[in-house]
Structures are given as structure tokens and as C-alpha cells.
Design a protein around this ligand. Structure first.
Ligand SMILES: [Zn+2]
Length: 236
């Protein structure tokens, strides 16, 4: 293949740019969308988790209130009993007995309220734990997506690369591009630099006879690597 030295360099850059691009994956905006959705979901989960914890706190306060009421009522019942032991007046005894009965019945009510509150707080705590767990899992999801996005930061450079490939192709004659594309399809390289000893496509160090043939070829001639068929650019 014959090509001016400048064009050889252009062709080499094209081949190198194409090879560099093959490893990089595309898809930046999709990951960004997923991340935005995950962050929205995260805000919702954090709020739900906060409400669940608030419900637990409220119920704990309610339990403390019931327990405090119960303590007061038991003190009152104990007082009533002491006074009953000393009182002889019928009217006074009737009042004390009535008060003792009222206190005992209120204590019984409180005990069932307390039982209910304990059942309820158990469920509320489970719910709060579950919410906190979801927040944690969502946080992990966000971190994974952010890592993925950082990787895909090369998406912008991928677009730049596409543009550069277009520019380079514009600078080269069509028949050269056809030959290059064909050779590239065959061996995955097409064109590579020759460093004086080995081929930049297959990296095989060539025997002296091949080396001297390559060195002696006319400057605008692009010799082929006898091993892989890649067109070689000298003095690249
Ligand atoms: Zn080769």
C-alpha cells in the first residue's frame, strides 16, 4: 500500500484510535438516570424511616406514661389500705373502700393498655428496623451506581473519539480506507507502527531478512508484516 508519510501517520492514528475505543463501553446517561431515581427513592426511604422511628419514640413515651400512672395508683391503693386499717367512721370507710376499688379497677385497665402498647411497640420496632435496612440497601445501590458512573466518565471521551475518527477518515483517500478496513477486519489491527525490530500489531520480532526488506522499502510504501499482514508505518 502506497501513501505519503503524513497520510501514513494519519492512518496510524486512525488505527490506534479505533483500537483504543474497542475496550471502552458506552452508556453514560442511563446510569445517571438510574442514579437519580435511586437518590429520589433514598430520600423517600429516609423519610419513611424517620416516621417509623418517631412512632417508636411516641409509643415508648406512652409506655412510660402508663407505668407512671400505674405507680401513682398503686401508691393510692396502698394508702387507702393503711387508712382503712385505722378508720372506724362508716362514712369514711365507705369512701376509702370506694376509692380503693376505683384505683384497683383503673390499675387493671392500665395493665391491659400496657400489654397492648408492648405488642404495638414490638411491631413498630420491626417496621423501623425494616425501614433502616432499606435505607442501608439503597445507600449501597447508590454507591454502586456512582462507581459505575465514574467508570463511564469515559463516555464523553468516547464521543470525542468518534469525532476524531470521523476527522481522520476525511483526511484519507477512499481506496486507502477500503484496503485498511478490509485488513483491519481480517486481523483486528490493519495498520501499526514498526519500531525497527518488531510489528506493532502482533509484536513478533521479525527475522533479519524481513527487517532489512522493511527498512529498504520506499518511504511512501507501507510494508506488510510477514507474520500478521498488518501494514507497517515506519518512523512513527
Ligand atoms: Zn505483525
Amino acid at each position: 500500500m502506497k501513501l505519503s508519510i503524513d497520510e501514513q501517520k494519519t492512518l496510524l492514528e486512525l488505527a490506534t484510535t479505533l483500537r483504543n475505543g474497542e475496550a471502552a463501553p458506552a452508556a453514560g446517561s442511563k446510569a445517571q438516570q438510574e442514579l437519580d431515581a435511586a437518590k429520589k427513592e433514598h430520600a423517600r426511604l429516609v423519610e419513611a424511616s424517620g416516621s417509623a422511628q418517631l412512632a417508636v419514640d411516641d409509643m415508648e413515651l406512652e409506655i412510660l406514661r402508663i407505668q407512671e400512672d400505674e405507680r401513682k395508683l398503686r401508691r393510692r391503693a396502698a394508702d387507702d389500705k393503711v387508712q382503712l386499717g385505722a378508720a372506724s367512721d362508716i362514712e369514711q370507710r365507705r369512701d376509702l373502700e370506694h376509692d380503693l376499688y376505683a384505683a384497683k379497677s383503673r390499675i387493671a385497665d392500665l395493665m391491659s393498655e400496657l400489654q397492648e402498647a408492648h405488642n404495638e411497640i414490638h411491631a413498630l420496632r420491626n417496621n423501623a428496623d425494616l425501614c433502616a435496612q432499606r435505607v442501608k440497601e439503597d445507600q449501597k445501590k447508590i454507591e454502586a451506581l456512582e462507581a459505575k458512573l465514574a467508570e463511564n466518565d469515559s463516555a464523553a471521551t468516547a464521543a470525542d473519539r468518534e469525532e476524531r475518527i470521523g476527522e481522520l477518515r476525511e483526511e484519507l483517500p477512499d481506496e486507502i480506507l477500503v484496503t485498511f478496513d478490509e485488513r483491519r477486519l481480517e486481523n483486528g489491527v490493519g495498520v501499526a507502527a514498526f519500531n525497527g525490530r518488531s510489528c506493532g500489531g502482533c509484536f513478533i520480532v521479525l527475522p533479519p531478512a524481513d527487517l532489512s526488506a522493511i527498512r529498504q522499502a520506499a518511504p511512501e510504501e507501507m510494508p506488510e508484516c510477514p507474520e500478521c499482514g498488518t501494514f507497517l508505518v515506519r518512523n512513527a
